[in-house]
Design a protein around this ligand. Structure first.
Ligand code: NAP
Length: 330
């Protein structure tokens, strides 16, 4: 099979597509003929050895895909050859065939194509857990989503809306990205720009919430954006730390937490995949159901053949993706 192969941690521009042996499923595993790969920001960090989890080389990157089951390992129940599944793994999805634990495969319902199923994977799972599990969002509460035109951003805007949040506020850096966040369902878009002042989010959040501030912040960006967004929180608000697309980890001052009774919460979604697989499966079924009901429609930036994976990685590294880039296989 063809796969993107990382012989050792290295700059992603040096990585290549190679012909390697087909995987053979072990006990409890399935092999999937991959039809669509969901590209994600951490993919280039994994290739370059800068991610918290480093796969043993040689390896293929890629955390999420969708395709047809091609082979079943011993002891696998509930799946048959040819079933359409979405799959979440730590690495290995940038390949024609992917071997994964059956427990990390989720049936794709009729009416959902492979590209949509792949796009409804890691970013939507993360946004769902951030809003529902970590922030305990209640209908009627307000939400501020940073990085509003990105993968997590567009997913979090759509889910916040689907969960009944109001208003849903998003921030984007570039004026041209405001339309993406608005189309995803943001009621108010803050065009934060590069020259972000610490009070920008607070002032915009107050203006959008009748002076209260926001109940929940979803932060996949970090840096100055994360610290500024903390000031936008209302009394008893919650900020969920998702990632650091800005390249900087923010320092949150404990006196802010005390003064307003606010909370900063972390989310490492992959822990739930390992520790709470039944909950992850329920969330995936919920994501598919909400898509079929018209509540969630992944924003697809572009579709590229597997061989053009570097185009996707460059765009992710540069913060230039609007929604998701999907790699397709014949
Ligand atoms: N915690 C978890 O379990 C988990 C799971 C998945 C991903 N993540 C993390 O979440 C983060 C975002 O992932 P993603 O898939 O949404 O990536 P993405 O699609 O590339 O979106 C990131 C967005 O952040 C904004 N951004 C990028 N560079 C920036 C900069 N220098 N300064 C300010 N804003 C910047 C951009 O939005 P605008 O242009 O709209 O401002 C960009 O679209 C990554 O750090 C990733 O590792 C965490």
């Amino acid at each position: 099979m063809k796969a993107v192969v990382v012989p050792a941690p290295m700059e992603f521009e040096r990585v290549f597509v190679a012909e390697i042996p087909d995987p053979v499923p072990g006990r409890g595993e399935v092999v999937i003929d991959v039809a669509a790969v969901d590209t994600n920001y951490p993919d280039f960090l994994v290739i370059e050895g800068k991610y918290q989890f480093r796969p043993p080389p040689p390896f293929s990157p890629g955390k999420a895909a969708a395709g047809r089951i091609a082979a079943l390992g011993a002891g696998v129940g509930g799946f048959a050859i040819g079933d359409h599944v979405a799959v979440q793994v730590e690495y290995g999805a940038y390949a024609e065939k992917l071997c994964a634990p059956a427990a990390q495969c989720f049936p794709i319902p009729d009416g959902v194509d492979f590209e949509t199923a792949a796009a409804l994977g890691l970013t939507y799972q993360t946004a769902h857990f951030a809003l529902a599990e970590r922030a305990r969002l209640q209908a009627g509460e307000s939400v501020l989503v940073l990085g509003g035109s990105g993968g997590i951003g567009t997913a979090a805007i759509q889910l916040a809306r689907a969960f009944g949040a109001s208003p849903v506020i998003a921030s984007v850096r570039a004026v041209e990205d405001a339309a993406i966040a608005r189309a995803a369902g943001a009621d108010v878009v803050i065009e934060a720009g590069a020259a972000l002042a610490p009070d920008d989010f607070r002032d915009a959040a107050r203006a959008a919430t009748g002076g209260r501030g926001v109940d929940v912040v979803i932060d996949p960006v970090g840096g100055a954006y994360g610290t500024a967004a903390l000031r936008a929180l209302a009394w008893c608000g919650r900020l969920v730390v998702i990632g650091f697309a800005s390249g900087e980890i923010p320092d949150f001052r404990a006196n802010y937490l005390l003064v307003k009774n606010i909370a900063v919460l972390g989310l490492q979604w992959s822990d739930y995949r390992e520790r709470a697989p039944a909950l992850v499966a329920r969330v995936q079924a919920d994501l598919f159901a909400r898509h079929l009901e018209g509540q969630l429609t992944p924003v697809i930036d572009s579709r590229l053949p597997l061989e053009e994976f570097k185009v996707a990685l460059r765009a992710l590294r540069d913060g230039a993706v609007q929604g998701k880039i999907i790699l397709t296989l014949p």
